[in-house]
Design a protein around this ligand. Sequence first.
Ligand code: ADP
Ligand code: GN1
Ligand code: MG
Length: 364
Amino acid sequence: MDDLKNILDEFSFKGELKRCEAFGSGHINMTYIVTYNDNNSISHYIVQKVNTNVFKNIDALMENIFAVTSFLREKIKLNSGDPERETLNFIKTKDGAKYCKSADGNCYRAYRFVDRSKSYDSVDSAELFKKSAVAFGRFQKYLSDFPAETLHETIPNFHNTIWRFENEFIPAVQSDIKGRAKSCSREIDFVMKRKEDCSLLVNLIKQGKLPIRVTHNDTKLNNVIFDEDSDDAICVIDLDTVMPGLALYDFGDSIRFGANTCAEDEPDTSKVKINLDYFKAYAAGFLSEAGDSFNAYEIENLAFSAKLMTLECGMRFLTDYLNGDTYFRTDYPEHNLVRARNQFALVADMESHMEEMKNIISTL
Ligand code: ADP
Ligand code: GN1
Ligand code: MG
């Protein structure tokens, strides 16, 4: 176990350490909020232990994040925004490094907490969801002239759904190392029947129909923070998966998480539905910022991308369940299976509303 106090001492925080507590609800990294008092001036920072089981090359990861946040800072200034609040501001170690490594080999990084901000784990109005869409759309727009070829692929094939199907899901079913496959044969079948869906976007990329852009790739609602006073979405966070990708990945993943009438781990799947009002609000907000450059194939596949990102995420939860829960943090033994069932219920509901979803897009 690392002594967090020793880790904090590695960073150039000013003042005396007052508090340090676990924070947030992410499934991958371990996040802490720390408070310092410098001559009665209180500062908060976020410190994160990066999951090196998931992110194998932390130097590449941090290089990406520093490059992207520096680029965004200039864009925000050009647009008369406030770079202190609208992008992440990292704190280097006392040695000038982008992160610090503990004696146990764990990697920690730190950045400024955005004061007077809040985050949401679920959507409470179409208006709020639209605000998050504007922030994610703007994020993509601001990065549209970032040199994508300089970015490292922090998790190769992250949204290559057919790759995940063939190289992760099928091997997990076949090896069934925990003997769990028999308890989830319906869920396994659900994915098997949708194999063709998994290749659709990848094939459009191969045919040159979908442009590769710099995308966030993990556009959950709680990966954007809101201003406590105005409730505007101010800053896109959790930048570990910023990589070359499709606009559709960012759109689809937001819908997966935010337009579900339930949390992604609600066990009662009869409550899981697609909220079409939220779908419409998000699409309107996202397109208002990023949509100008979209081609016809991107527009045509917006509704499908929501279904695909949900199917992919459910397949990843199910794969992790079959593998013995080694990737996503879980709170109880069946957590990943519950999450997978929830995602598949949402896929099924989207399938029965696909024409309505497409019609909504065509009215925008
Ligand atoms: P995780 O990998 O745990 O999802 P995040 O980077 O998304 O980590 O951070 C977890 C939570 O911490 C966020 O959902 C948000 O509530 C809060 N948070 C993260 N960074 C900041 C920040 N710079 N300012 C304010 N809150 C933040
Ligand atoms: C993980 O780190 P977090 O909780 O924002 C995962 C996403 C999944 C999401 C499901 C790097 O996101 O891909 O969609 O859980 N992140 C990574 O809730 O795998
Ligand atoms: Mg997060």
